[in-house]
Structures are given as C-alpha cells and as structure tokens.
Design a protein around this ligand. Structure first.
Ligand code: CLF
Ligand code: SF4
Length: 502
C-alpha cells in the first residue's frame, strides 16, 4: 500500500473514477481545466530491466526515459551558433535539425545570459530537470561558450542535469572536459557508418583547418563519431544516438547504424523523420527529398528495437525550447524579461520546490504502476492488438479535451499491455472557443490506423466525424492514468482479452 500522497491520493483501482491530485504550487496542467495547462507528456516506454544505477541517471530525464517525460521538462540554451559541418537537411537560418524542428532561434545567448535564463525558467517551471545545449549550430564547434555555460549553470543549480548534443566531429577532443563538468548525457547525431551514404548527406566538413568534401569528409566524420562514442562510453557518460531517417538515402542503412552504435555501448537510439520543406531553404527541401511516413518510421523503429532501447517520444524540439516535450514556453522568457524574473529569485527556495515536485512525482509513479499492474492482471491471451490515440497534457493521464490537442499520443494495446509507439501532430480543432470543422479531415487522416481516441471530453460534431471514420471517441476514462485505462478498455472491448467474465 503506497504511503498517502501529500496532495490528494488517486485510488489505484481502475476503472473507478480517480481524484486528480493537486500539484505543488507552480505546477500547471492539473485539475483538468480547459486550455490553461501545459501540454506534453506521452506514453511511457519501458526502462524495466535496467540496473538501478542507470535508472537513477535517467529517471528524471525527459528524453532518456519516455516515462519521465510525463513529468519532467527540459530547456535548451542557444549558446552555440556556429557549425563545423554542413548537413543537407539544415539551413543555418534555422535550428539545428539534429535536435530541433525547423524554425528560427529567437535569440542567441551568452553563457551569462543563459545561466540567468535557467534561473528564471526554474523559478516558473518546477518540472525543469535538464538543461541542454543543442544548437542552433553544433555545441562543440565553439566549445568554450558551451563549457562556460555549463560551469555557470552547475554553480547556480547543481541539481539540474546537463545535456549536450553534437554532430560528433569535434567530440573526441572534448570528452575529458565533458566528463569533468559532470555532463552525464550526450547525444551524437549519426546518420551513417558508410561514407558512400554519408557523402549524400554531408557536402562538406571543416576539420583540421581545412574544408573537406565528398567521401573524404564522410569518412572522417564517421571515424570521429565512432571514436567519440567509444570514448564517452569508456568515460561512463550515457550516450544517445540520433539518426535522421532519409528515405532512399539512409533508411535501409540505419539498421546497420543501429547495430554499430549498440555494439559500441550507446544507451538509446532515436530515429527521427527527416523534416523537409522547400520553404526551409535546405538542400533536401529544395530538391524535393521527402521525409518518411509515420508507418515507415514505425516499421524501422520496430525493426531496430531489440536489446537496445528506441526513443519514440522525440519532438524534434527547437534549439531554444523550454518546457515539457511537445510544448514550447520559450516566448515567456526573453532577454527583455529574464533579468526581472531572475532578479527576485531565491535559488535555494526554487531548488526546494524542485525537490518537492520530485517527491510528488515518485508517489504518482508508484500509484500509477499499481493501477497498471492491477489492470494488467485481468488480461487474457488474445493475439489481437489495437492502435489507439490519447489526448494528454502530461502527468501520464488522459486529461485533455479533443479540441485542445495539438498532438495525440499513440499506443499499441495487446495482451502484453499498453505500449507507447509515437505521436501524431494535428491542427487544433477548437480555435479560441470556436470549432474549426475544416481541421477535422486532417485530424482524421492523422489518426489513420487508430481504432479509438481517448479524451477528457469531446463535442457531438467531432465525435460524429470520428465515428464515421471508424474511430471510437472514448470519454469514460477522463483524468485516469493512460496505461491502466487502455488496458481496461482493451479487456472489455476485445473478445478473449480478459480473464474475468464480463
Ligand atoms: Fe535537449 Fe536533446 Fe538533451 Fe533532450 S532534446 S539536448 S537529449 S535535453 Fe529530446 Fe528534443 Fe528529441 Fe532532442 S525531444 S530533439 S531528443
Ligand atoms: Fe545544421 Fe546541426 Fe548539421 Fe550543423 S550539425 S549543419 S547545425 S543540422
């Protein structure tokens, strides 16, 4: 029996309606109110089987643990404008495509301003657990700015994790410093291990004082990436590998990349879809190179999933993103107001509120795990599976109205339980209180393959459109935990899926 929550304790039983616990002061997104809360979280991935010392290092990192991203936020500080290579999916005017979706970075920061911004964000977002440098260029192209930023953040908020993303070219030169600064999570974007494939992705690199092109450039980049990965693993730094899936260029090759990085000790592989649009001015955008479909992406992720964990909850966020994954609160923190927000901040009090929030999350997790286990115990042995979509603002609950969802989390439900498999972005159906019927065809298309969509609430018209498309709108589990609800629904709606007679 879990200890009582300091807030209000939800019952672990499903489908009994849950009490929504009050969050600590400053945590938005609770209480199921419309449109006022944070959006973000998605399904939980399994970290089961990981040793305790690794679990401790990922359990509050929203990228390294899919489960953690229900609860924790990250921020990026845009202190790295320069880059030492050219990727065909990148235009310097836009965010680094390694770690971001295209969109200009609002402001580049100095290390001092970045540290101030961290304090300002931490004062308003107690879920903040990680600060990363992910561009807009490469974090290690001008390493001193990145490292100075980390030093200042370490001094100001020692409990916040530090994270770094790089193309890997300069990485071997900096592993020692990364380790010494306590940066425990590093992402390397590795799109190829075959220089012939690489030459189609990278027109040039700048290495050893010279610009190099073609096969030579790709070969050097590949060797540096592998060396950097091995050095980080040897230094006991957790490494995530990002790969951009580019149909016709590296899509078939990425299974080999997966093998290569797995055998060198990478912790997690994040295969992301190429984002390609002529308006971004990238080589691939201008030459009509398409990105993969959601089905192609999922098939590759499924094929690569084995002993190595696959990340499926990446939002390809901006290099100055702030908040839960999938949301961006960056506009709340600009160089014009950072000073005034940070000025009144008591760093020790803010650290205490982060600690209180973490304790709260631990209790939520225990309660949710008990609910999932209880629902799972009822499952039978059917071979049926169902793909379903969920509207959630985070916290691992079905707590968003259909019309307020800008994305849906997608789960595969089977006798094995509910597994998060991705997310689908949609246009808002509810625009300032008015229904946008024109958005419905796009939403229905985005939900292709899903048999049901779980929401906190839905209106008559969209329900009718969904039903006509063969998608059931399910409100019965509003504000309940996602996994336990989906399993309970599956047990009730699929013949032979429950061990208990209906
Ligand atoms: Fe940022 Fe990247 Fe660290 Fe996360 S993001 S530097 S590991 S703290 Fe995360 Fe954003 Fe995907 Fe990156 S969702 S783009 S994987
Ligand atoms: Fe752009 Fe990042 Fe590639 Fe550099 S590493 S070219 S910033 S996508």
């Amino acid at each position: 029996m879990p200890a009582p929550l300091p807030f209000a304790s939800p019952s672990p039983a499903v489908p009994a309606r849950r009490v929504i616990p009050l969050a600590p002061a400053g945590v938005a997104g609770r209480g199921g109110t419309c449109g006022t809360a944070t959006k973000g979280g998605c399904g939980s991935g399994s970290s089961a089987g990981l040793p305790r010392h690794i679990l401790d290092r990922v359990h509050d990192h929203p990228c390294y643990s899919a489960e953690a991203h229900h609860h924790f936020a990250r921020m990026h500080v845009a202190v790295a404008p320069g880059c030492n290579i050219q990727c065909n999916y990148c235009n310097r005017k836009y965010d680094c495509a390694n770690e971001s979706r295209p969109g200009v970075v609002s402001e580049k920061l100095t290390p001092e301003l970045a540290a101030k911004k961290v304090l300002a964000v931490a004062a308003r977002i107690p879920q903040l657990s990680v600060v990363g440098v992910a561009g807009p260029g490469d974090a290690l192209a001008i390493p001193e700015k990145t490292f100075r930023t980390f030093e200042l953040i370490r001094e100001a908020a020692p409990d916040i994790r530090l994270c770094l993303s790089t193309n890997g070219l300069a990485l071997p030169d900096h592993v020692e410093r990364i380790k010494a600064l306590g940066v425990d999570h590093v992402t390397i974007t590795i799109n190829m291990i075959d220089p012939a494939v690489g030459a189609q992705i990278y027109p040039w690199i700048f290495f050893d004082h010279k610009r190099r092109r073609g096969l030579e450039a790709a070969r050097i980049l590949h060797e540096r990436q592998m060396l950097g990965l091995e050095m980080l693993v040897a230094a006991d730094v957790l490494v995530k590998v990002n790969s951009v899936m580019i149909p016709g260029i590296n899509d078939r090759h990425l299974a080999e990349v997966n093998e290569a990085v797995k055998s060198r000790g990478a912790f997690l592989h994040n295969i992301m879809p190429l984002i390609s649009d002529p308006t971004h001015g990238t080589h691939f955008g201008l030459t009509g190179q398409r990105g993969p479909t959601p089905a192609e992406l999922k098939a590759l992720q499924d094929a690569c999933e084995g002993e190595m964990q696959m990340m499926r909850h990446c939002r390809q966020c901006r290099a100055d993103a702030v908040g839960m994954l999938g949301e961006d609160r960056g506009a709340e923190f600009t160089s014009h107001n950072i000073d005034s927000i940070a000025a009144g901040v008591d760093a020790a009090a803010v650290a205490e509120s982060r600690a209180a929030y973490r304790s709260f999350v631990e209790r939520e997790r225990a309660d949710r795990d008990a609910a999932t286990e209880s629902a799972q115990a009822r499952l039978g042995t059917t071979a049926e599976t169902r793909l379903v979509a969920v509207a959630t603002k985070g916290s691992g609950r079905i707590n968003q109205h259909f019309g307020h969802a800008e994305e849906f989390q997608v789960y595969e439900v089977s006798a094995a339980g509910a597994k998060f498999v991705g997310h689908r972005k949609v246009s808002l159906y509810c625009q300032g209180g008015y229904e946008d019927d024109e958005a419905m065809p796009g939403i229905v298309e985005a939900l292709a393959g899903c048999g049901a969509v779980f929401v906190a609430k839905i209106g008559h018209c969209p329900r009718k459109d969904l039903t006509a498309a063969g998608i059931a709108a399910v409100e019965d589990y509003a504000h309940d935990y996602i996994e336990a609800s989906l399993i309970d629904w599956f047990a009730k709606s699929v013949a032979g899926a429950t061990t208990i007679a209906a």
